[in-house]
Design a protein around this ligand. Structure first.
Ligand code: ARG
Length: 458
């Protein structure tokens, strides 16, 4: 049973069961350093504006500094009955410096305080996610640089379609990560305004200086509407959706890795560190990490759905529902960071199997389009050329042969326009080398891509 800091007008105290359900300290304690940081800026502003005497401000700052030390050394104690991180820190401050601690909350509400903390948290984590994305992208880039000439089948409908290279395939993911980084950058823009000074919802009568606090905390400006400031959670939705899109990208890649390590494909070898065996089947080596990351997508999407649902239909301004913005966000952030970190290691240590990839290009008529293009080069309309090529493929399929198996006599009997140069035209490596259109898989183009990406990623 405990008395609350807001408990002046309340006669009943709370049971532990109620506290456990109601209170957020169990999870919002991870906002501690941001809460202290925000309080320090607020206290300095109160001093600078003459709202609280400077020697009281000095005591408050001293107390907060000592709380920060306790936090960093693992000695800050959080109490369930103190409800949330804001109350816990205020209570600790009171223990350290006495009643003068009560002046800190002048011209402030937990409503603008909590949303400030969330801005600082998102700003911090967005930077970390961005760094991890960059590292993953660089690991991909390095693999790509080693596999510019590694021919592999490119797929549509998971059917072998046309030849590409392993480098080109990997670089497609790097572009996804580049866009992910852009999305994170846009989240960072969204948290570049300070909500502090919005008070509970309608500002304050004290002569505060919101720009002072904004500057102190490294924001570019302030929210211009106090109601908007305390009820905005768009930035949380934005990070959650950026994370959801990252999860989608990682999951797509992981699915490919799982296919690639299977004996059906056998395109890639993973380091043992990222695989596990089976407790029953001795021959198994499962791409466990890739499966786990693919599975984690569920909770990252779930977090976005949670928050979209929490915010739906909420009247302005603050509502207790907002307390539900934290666990889903924390989980999404932790999950994405873990996925990015571990996948980086997996990609750094994985190795391509060029022979298997090349062998796979020999089946599946990956050069059928190129035979049609060859006929177009001889003057046939593409539709007609396509039909001739399709008929030839059907014939070969029936006989269990590939285009490479055909003799020159057989080739020339197909159409009078076909000459000896057809053999060069359907050679897989030539086929690849000739795909030099912008953004294509030919090694010359892929080298350009790598250069552009290396510059982008720094
Ligand atoms: N723990 C609360 C939250 O996470 C802090 C804000 C409480 N404000 C209030 N008026 N009850 O949202």
């Amino acid at each position: 049973m405990s008395k609350k800091l807001w408990g002046g007008g309340f006669s009943q105290t709370a049971s532990v069961k109620r506290e456990e359900f109601w209170n957020s300290i169990g999870f919002d304690q991870r906002l501690a350093k941001f809460d202290i940081q925000g309080s320090m800026a607020h206290a300095r502003m109160l001093g600078a504006c003459g709202i609280v005497p400077e020697d009281d401000v000095a005591k408050i700052i001293g107390g907060l500094t000592s709380i920060l030390d306790d936090l960093n050394s693992g000695n800050l104690e959080f109490r369930l009955e103190d409800e949330d991180i804001h109350m816990n820190i205020e209570r600790t401050l009171t223990e350290k410096i006495g009643p003068v601690a009560g002046k800190l909350h002048t011209a402030r509400s937990r409503n603008d305080q909590v949303v400030l903390d969330m801005h600082l948290y998102v700003r911090h984590e967005a930077e970390e996610i961005s760094t991890l994305l960059r590292e993953l992208a660089k690991a991909f880039l390095k693999q790509a640089a080693q596999n510019i000439a590694t021919i592999m089948p490119g797929y549509t409908h998971l059917q072998r379609a046309q030849p590409v290279t392993f480098a080109h395939h990997l670089l497609a993911y790097v572009w996804m990560f580049v866009r992910d980084m852009e999305r994170i950058k846009s989240v960072q823009k969204s948290v570049s305004f300070s909500p502090l000074g919005a008070g509970a919802l309608a500002g304050t009568t004290f002569p505060i200086d919101r720009d002072y606090v904004a500057q102190e905390l490294g924001f570019d400006g302030i929210y211009q509407n106090s109601l908007d400031a305390v009820s905005n959670r768009d930035f949380i939705l934005e990070l959650l959706s950026a994370n959801a899109i990252i999860a989608a990208h990682l999951s797509r890649f992981c699915e490919e890795v799982i296919l690639w390590v299977s004996s059906e494909f056998s395109f890639v070898k993973l380091s043992d560190a990222y695989c596990t065996g089976s407790s029953m089947m001795p021959q198994k080596k499962n791409a466990d990490l890739a499966e786990l990351v693919r599975g984690k997508t569920g909770r990252v999407y779930g977090a976005l759905t949670t928050m979209l649902t929490v915010i739906k239909g909420l009247p302005l301004a603050y509502n207790k529902d907002f307390q539900e913005d934290k666990e889903c966000l924390f989980d999404s952030v932790d999950t994405i960071k873990g996925c990015l970190y571990h996948l980086t290691g997996m990609v750094e240590t994985m190795s391509a199997k060029p022979e298997s990839m090349l062998a796979a290009t020999k089946q599946g008529f990956l050069n059928a389009t190129d035979f049609a293009d060859y006929l177009v080069g001889k003057g046939l309309p593409f539709r007609e050329a396509h039909e001739i090529s399709a008929r030839l493929v059907a014939q070969c399929l029936e006989q269990g042969r590939t285009l490479e198996d055909l003799s020159l006599d057989e080739w020339t009997s197909i159409h009078p326009l076909i000459g000896g140069d057809v053999l060069d035209a359907i050679n897989i490596r030539n086929v690849l080398d000739r795909r030099q259109s912008q953004g294509g898989p030919a090694p010359v183009r892929v080298k350009e891509q790598i250069e552009i990406l290396s510059k982008l990623l720094g």
